[in-house]
Structure formats: structure tokens, C-alpha cells
Design a protein around this ligand. Sequence first.
Ligand code: ADP
Ligand code: ASP
Ligand code: MG
Length: 433
Amino acid sequence: MMASSGGPILVQKFGGTSLSDSARLSNCADRVAQAVGAGNRVIVVVSAMGRTTDQLVELAHSLGSDPDPRALDLLLATGELASTAMMTIALEKRGVQAVPLGGREAGIRTDQTHGRARILAIESTRLHDLMSSGVVPVVAGFQGVSPLGEVTTIGRGGSDTTAVALAAAVGAGESGGGCEIHTDVDGIHTADPRVIPKARRLSEIGSDEMLELAAVGAGVLQERAVVFARRFDVPLRVLHSQKPGPGTLVLRETSSMERNSVIGCALRRELGRVGISGLDMAIGGQAAIFMALADAGVMVDDIVQTDGDDGISLAFTVEHGELAEARDVVRSAIERLSPGDDSVGVDVEIGLAKISAVGSGMRSAIGVAGRMFEALSKAGIPILNITTSEIRISCLVPQDRGEEALEVVHDAFGLDRDPQDGPFLGLTDHDEA
Ligand code: ADP
Ligand code: ASP
Ligand code: MG
């Protein structure tokens, strides 16, 4: 079967679990064949099968504790290449003409930052040529090629970003198509349905809300994919790869925006905190410390500065994996700032998690923060820090209470209720009823 050479362009991305065995992969190929049969010009993006990427990372680290970033990227990219070949074979069996492409062949140009490279440009001539001749390009997600011609990877979960970036580059939205993310759940839920089984599927979500959720731990979409979809107006839908259903549409504006102040919550695990006390900030301590962290490539999460009797204290959170490096970088920055000064303290905490509630209705609602803090406090879960954005409230909690905190917050905002039943009145009203 030749694909249409002039219909809407649809980028269909299939995640790792959805390709983890030949039965699942075959279902995904059926879905592509269906979309082609319906007259779409389809580009397929695939992730590595099942846990392949994790296994390759483990393998590399078992061979050398600090693997060469170029070698590691080359190794990890093979996972997606294998899927590309397999999907092409499955499509050919269904009579769909397809061509397997690595990131390089698909024209995905990135910077040189191995392991978390940024996509700089996509040369889409080859993709357009293939589509014009009725052929489906099957592109390996998660990878590109650097200015030095080396294979790069674009960060864990990056195939989502590959898919949206390709959709933007080939003008999928303008053609009447868009980008579909086919995964192992039936859409974006009010919380991770594997942790909160009663979490509800949202039929739509605002891209600003999805961006916040992705940034605070909802792994269903990579954050940069949502950034690209928003920036380039790519219609984006998340669907179950094995079961038909409407999924969730990610939109610039949602009609239910005014309904519920909170639309979802998420948990970020494995956080640690670095605390610095007694530093004389008058000499530019904040700048020196955070510039040093940036130079070392440490991703800092929330920063808090407090003014106490003993002067200024700073604290910031990072992922466990980066904690030791963050501590060492801070210590050396302080040593450079005030050599030999042992009045400055640097301490490190591990075992923290961040629970966040997100919703664009928060902009105009009153009492959202109070309700969240009250629910956590009633459950006896200590709040170690609080940060907010216009549409998000986050609390740092002990990691061993993290999942409980997620459930408590989900309940506090009645997220399992269908909003069609009317707005949720909240804890106090319920308690009084
Ligand atoms: P894929 O391999 O298809 O890219 P991922 O594992 O990256 O799949 O993302 C899908 C997973 O995201 C789901 O299995 C689910 O556990 C998790 N998830 C986290 N938060 C949410 C949420 N709010 N809605 C849906 N899924 C979520
Ligand atoms: N295979 C890569 C990962 O596991 C990319 C992806 O699945 O999106 O992170
Ligand atoms: Mg993913």
C-alpha cells in the first residue's frame, strides 16, 4: 500500500512498552496501516523496545563506572535503531511501503551535549521526498547528529520530543494533521494511574498545565515535547497504543479551564537537598555558587533563601544522582570565595520527594494552597519546603511518605470526580455536609 502523497501529515510515536514484544509491535504496525489507509501521510517515530535503554545504561556502567559520553550515546542509540528496523519489517508485511531512518538520516541536527543534546534544526527534505513518493519514514527517536557528525541522544524520554519536533518541522499542524503519542496508558490522567488507580483520564489539558506537570514528575510526556508543541502549535494527542480510545488532547486553551482550580498532581522522587549556612552573601555568594553549579552542568530544582539570626541560609534541591557532585561544587565555590572560613556550613539531605498540584484555574482561585497544606497536615505528612508558580503548588516531603502524599492531595481536590458533576466544593464543605 502506498501512503497518500497529499493528505494530512500525522506523526505517530510509539513508546518502549508498546513495542516490548512482537504482539504489541504488530498492534502498533496495524495502527500505522490504518492511519495510512485513511489517507494520512504518516511519519512513524519509535522508542527502544521495553527496558532496552535501561539495560544498555546498566551494561555500559558495568564495563566502566564513568563511560565515555560519545560511546554511551552511540550504544543507547542502537535501541531505537533496532525498533526502526523491526517496525519497517512489520509495516512491509502489511503492505505499507516504509523506510527505516536513524536520527542522522532523518536530518535531526543537535548540539554536542552528549546525553542531553538539544535539537537545533531538522533538515526535512528527505522526509518530504519519501512522503511525496507514498513511503512512510520510520524514524529512530531520542537521537540526532552533532555538528562533529557524532551520534547524540537528547535525554531520557526523548522520543516524545523527536516526534513533536518532526511534526513541527514538516508542518503537520498546517497540513491538518498533528502528533500522536501512543503509550501504555489511555491518556493523561489526574495523577500517575499506576500509583493512584482511581486517577481519571482527562479528555483535554492546557499545554501550560501539561508543561508544569511534566516538569514536576508526570513522566507521560517529556517536558521539551510539550514546549515544542506549544511553541510551534503542533496539535498533540496522547493515546493508548493497544486499545482504541479518544486519549487526551493537549491544547493551548481548554474549555474546562475555569472549572477546577486543580486538574492534576504529580510526584517527583529521589530528590536531595544541599543547605548552605553562614555565608556572607554581600560578597556575591549566590552568584558564585549557582554559576559554579551551572558550569558543572548540575540541574538545580527549587532554591530557597532564608534570613535568620545567623545571617543568610541557602538551600536547593537536586536529583539524588547529582547530589554528591552538587555538594563538592558548592564546597569548592565557597572555598574560593572565603578561603579557610570554617563558619560556613554545607549539609546534605537525601530521601526527599516533591508533591505538586497543578491547574490553570489557580490563577483566580482562593484557598488552593491552604487546602493542600491542610490535607497533608491532617495526614501527618511533614512539609519540608513550599514552592509555587502561578499555576502550581509544590511541597517537599519525606520520600517514604511521597505516594501517600500524592493520594492525599488527589483526594483533597476531588480529582477522581467527573467535573461534569459540577465543581468540587472542597474539604471543608464536604466535612460540614
Ligand atoms: P512510553 O514508553 O510510551 O514513552 P512512559 O513510561 O514514558 O511511556 O510514559 C507512560 C507512563 O507515564 C505511564 O505508564 C504512567 O505510569 C506514567 N504517568 C505518570 N504520570 C502520568 C499521568 N498524569 N497520566 C498518565 N500517565 C502518567
Ligand atoms: N528509549 C529512550 C528512553 O528510554 C527514549 C524514549 O523512550 O523516549 O529514555
Ligand atoms: Mg516516554
